[in-house]
Design a binder for this molecule. Structure first.
Ligand SMILES: [Mn+2]
Length: 353
């Protein structure tokens, strides 16, 4: 007997559109823009120039399909007409992808009313979820609020309090989805569902980037362990570099704990003995240090971070890659993590019980 949340995830999966993802197809996934009225209090404002440059000067000319994975318009705090009027430049960019038939827009809990607006420019692009078939495997994309009972049941109440209490007081988006405990519960449910169905899921909603089911804390711990293992068998001259890498990752991990407080820091989401790499999260576009996204191209999946050099010198690259500059601008991209889809699906098949 399935619990109500698992069965609602299953029907969402069954009812979602399925398309093929070929080796040559390129897809970029962003979620959680929370676009408002372009004034102080609009969470999107700070990264908006960066976001529009990245779409217009990188992903569009590079032939990417754009998938917006929910909570794009902040309709719990602003009206759609206000958002559309203030952000015509952003809508023009979306329109380029839409006209090129390279556009999907998944509905989230903060823009859940979009399908009611028949005159909405991208009405025909709205979906609840999307199944990407890569060879015989499926990568399932949806916003993620479906896995959180609090959100689904009390969305209207949250809307009222955000619009009538938070907005006049100038309180920014304090979405319940970001409370550590709810984040963790949502992630764990999607993880179990994906694990049981032998699929990989890609969500947003919690604003916490995940790659192969690992949060940044988990990924750092994992990496430190791997490096320590390598150290024991490394040659003398490699040992120095390894030891430096271990120290650097340790410092980074300690900084996260200091910032978040050890007890409050998100726990690992997997309770099985083996980690199944079946859960991905593109993060969000309203972060202090820039925006994160998931890219799919040439059979690979990558978690990337775009940032403005003037605002964020520090970029947390786990694979020591040199940042890629966006044609002469102050905007840079680092690949936080990357892996082949074949390898990910092989592990899902082999490791899931
Ligand atoms: Mn959400």
């Amino acid at each position: 007997m399935q619990d109500p949340i698992t069965s609602s995830l299953q029907s969402l999966y069954d009812e979602s559109l399925e398309i093929k993802l070929g080796y040559r197809d390129r897809l970029v996934v962003f979620s959680d823009l929370h676009v408002g009225n372009r004034r102080r209090g609009d969470d999107f404002l700070k990264n908006s120039e960066l976001f529009m440059a990245v779409l217009g000067r990188h992903y569009f000319p590079q032939g990417y399909t754009l998938l917006l994975n929910g909570d794009i318009e902040e309709l719990l705090r602003f009206s759609l007409s206000e958002v559309e009027a203030r952000w015509s430049d952003l809508y023009t960019l979306f329109g380029q992808f839409h006209d090129a038939k390279r556009f999907y827009k998944v509905v989230g809990n903060h823009d859940i009313t979009l399908p009611l607006y028949r005159e909405y420019s991208f009405h025909d692009a709205l979906i609840d979820g999307l199944k990407l078939r890569y060879k015989d495997e499926v990568l399932f994309l949806f916003h993620g609020h479906q896995a959180s009972n609090f959100q689904t049941r009390f969305n209207m109440l949250v809307g009222l309090s955000l619009r009538y209490v938070a907005r006049p007081l100038g309180i920014k988006n304090y979405s319940v989805s970001r409370s550590t405990f709810r984040q963790y519960k949502t992630e764990r449910r999607v993880y179990s569902f994906s694990h049981a169905d032998r699929i990989a899921s890609l969500i947003g909603h919690t604003h916490r980037p995940l790659f192969e089911s690992l949060s940044k804390i988990d990924a750092l711990r994992f990496r430190i362990e791997q490096l320590c293992r390598q150290y024991t068998t490394a040659r003398a001259r490699e040992k120095r570099k390894l030891s430096e890498d271990i120290q650097r990752h340790k410092t980074e991990l300690e900084q996260i704990y200091e910032r978040k407080g050890e007890l409050r820091s998100p726990r690992s989401i997997y309770n099985s003995k083996l980690l199944i790499p079946c859960l991905f999260n593109s993060g969000c576009c309203i972060g202090k240090r820039g925006i994160t996204a998931i890219e799919l191209h040439e059979g690979e999946i990558a978690l990337v971070h775009w940032f403005d050099k003037n605002l964020s010198q520090k970029h947390f690259d786990l694979i020591d890659e040199t940042p890629q500059q966006l044609d002469g601008s102050d905007y840079y991209k680092v690949v936080l993590n990357q892996d082949s889809l074949d390898y990910i699906f092989t592990r899902i098949r082999m490791l899931a019980d």
